[in-house]
Design a protein around this ligand. Structure first.
Ligand SMILES: Nc1ncnc2c1ncn2[C@@H]1O[C@H](COP(=O)(O)OP(=O)(O)O)[C@@H](O)[C@H]1O
Ligand SMILES: [Mg+2]
Length: 445
């Protein structure tokens, strides 16, 4: 697949209504520009379009004062001058349709995969929409098989669940999310790749997703695009997921990564004049993120569901990062990846003792729940005594539960290893018990 130059949104191809109220630019800076004459007519989140010397430029209203607006442009390089006219065009919308499956778009919903133009759906949906009213939402749905053994056994998901994947960089978040997006239980997957390098995007599409692209819509805003594009891409992806959900589909929405979205939201809020309060993040970031995540989940009673998977980069493997803290409360579980496990080559590097799915009880049957409790206890025992065993302080025979853990856990770990190219497993519990039985079967004579 060949991507056209990521980051070059084609503003002239956008459908901009031609009749609207206009004002004038009074001030142009590297981060934002100001417009006079429109203040009474706009709301935060509305877009403004202005003729620059290299074509039409679009920005979003991030602050409104009585005599002027602060507008942050979606483009990287501004060619605007003072006194140019500025028109209001309302909040940003996308109009997805079923033909979008298999395609790659930018934050504006424009195709960037070099495969021609993209059909528009009938309904324009506001990218920065609101979640369905809490009391009218359906309940989370049935269990979903992801085909990833460690998840299906230890942290099984149900349709409409929201889960975070927490890890430092290079521990395998994106790879795991790519594997998840091929799960058979979903009708459609929508993936927002935020702030990745162009190379990573190509890798994701070509390798991780090989063969699984036909039910996938990918929304890309690479690291070299403006913060406005990076902040819009997950919203656009969510609006696309909502479209398929409202058609009754079970949708998987992946945002990789929420941290890079938070960085983009921080840049925007600072340009709007907000003070930084927590490690450089202005307050609005902490309301904007949960609001977006809340849009995943079950739809209105009778429609489909959006299962949300959000990756969170924990800087220096510090799991108390303010962004991680802010979104943890919105999630129904978290999967923690551990660098030490990755270093042992055990991918996906999930730390099963630190990961939980709060809706797992709806996915396990009673026997499975009982078995997982026992497996976890055994793994905990194995990990707790790791140092002791390394130092030679362990003797077989003095503690039967520990003996059992020492025998079984390496086989369990072995079973959980899974690479993106491996076939997926649809009966993980059965396969695991078969593997454990084989490991301890008396040698054939
Ligand atoms: N399931 C896996 N099987 C084999 N290797 C993996 C797996 N997951 C991750 N890796 C290795 O880890 C590297 C980093 O993974 P990536 O998903 O890009 O991490 P992150 O998104 O957390 O930065 C990959 O290039 C790959 O070599
Ligand atoms: Mg990544």
């Amino acid at each position: 697949m060949s991507l056209t130059r990521e980051g070059t949104a084609d503003f002239s191809a956008l459908d901009i209504p031609r009749v609207s109220i206009s004002g004038r630019i009074v001030d142009v800076g590297p981060q934002a520009f100001r417009v006079a004459g429109l203040s009474p007519f706009v709301r935060l989140g509305d877009c403004i379009t202005c003729p620059g010397s290299a074509g039409e430029e679009i920005g979003e209203v991030v602050r409104i004062e009585s005599d002027s607006l602060t507008v942050k442009p979606f483009g990287i390089r501004s060619t605007l001058g003072v006194k140019s006219p500025a028109r209001r065009i309302g909040p940003y919308t996308v109009a997805p349709c079923a033909d979008w499956k298999g395609r790659v778009v930018n934050a504006f919903g424009q195709p960037i995969d070099g495969r021609g133009s993209l059909e528009k759906g009938e309904q324009e949906r506001i990218a920065d929409g609101s979640p369905p009213p809490a009391l009218k939402r359906g309940r989370v749905g049935s269990p979903v098989q992801t085909g990833i053994r460690t998840i299906d056994i230890f942290t099984p998901l149900v349709k409409g669940q929201r889960i975070g994947i927490f890890a430092g960089s290079g521990v395998g978040k994106s790879t795991l999310m790519g594997m998840l997006s091929r799960a058979e239980g979903f009708d459609t997957a929508v993936v927002a790749l935020v702030g990745e390098r162009g190379r990573e995007v190509r890798e994701f599409l070509e390798e991780t997703m090989a063969g699984g692209l036909d039910k996938l819509v990918t929304v890309v805003a690479t690291g070299d695009e403006s913060p406005m594009m990076r902040r819009l891409a997950p919203k656009t992806a969510t609006a696309i997921a909502e479209y398929f959900r409202d058609k009754g589909e079970n949708v998987l929405l992946i945002i990789d990564s929420v941290t890079r979205l938070a960085h983009a939201a921080r840049d925007v809020a600072l340009a709007a004049g907000e003070p930084p309060v927590a490690r450089g993040y202005p307050p609005s970031v902490f309301s904007e993120l949960p609001q977006l995540l809340e849009r995943a989940g079950p739809g209105l009673e009778g429609s489909g569901t959006i299962t949300g998977v959000f990756s969170v980069l924990v800087d220096g493997d510090d799991h108390n990062d303010p962004i991680a803290d802010a979104i943890r409360g919105t999630l129904d579980g978290h999967i923690v990846l551990d660098r030490a496990i990755a270093e042992q080559g055990r991918f996906p590097a999930v730390d099963v003792l630190k990961s939980i799915s709060r809706l797992a009880d709806r996915a396990w049957n009673p026997q499975e729940r009982e078995l997982v409790t026992r497996l976890r206890a055994m793994i905990a025992r194995f990990e707790d005594t790791r140092d002791l065993r390394l130092l030679g302080g362990y003797q077989r025979g003095s503690d039967t539960t520990l003996d059992q853990a020492v025998d079984l856990v390496p086989h369990i770990y072995d079973y959980l290893v899974q690479h993106p190219g491996n076939p997926i497993t649809d009966k993980p519990f059965k396969d695991l018990s078969k593997k454990l039985k084989e490991a301890f079967a008396p040698p054939a004579v």
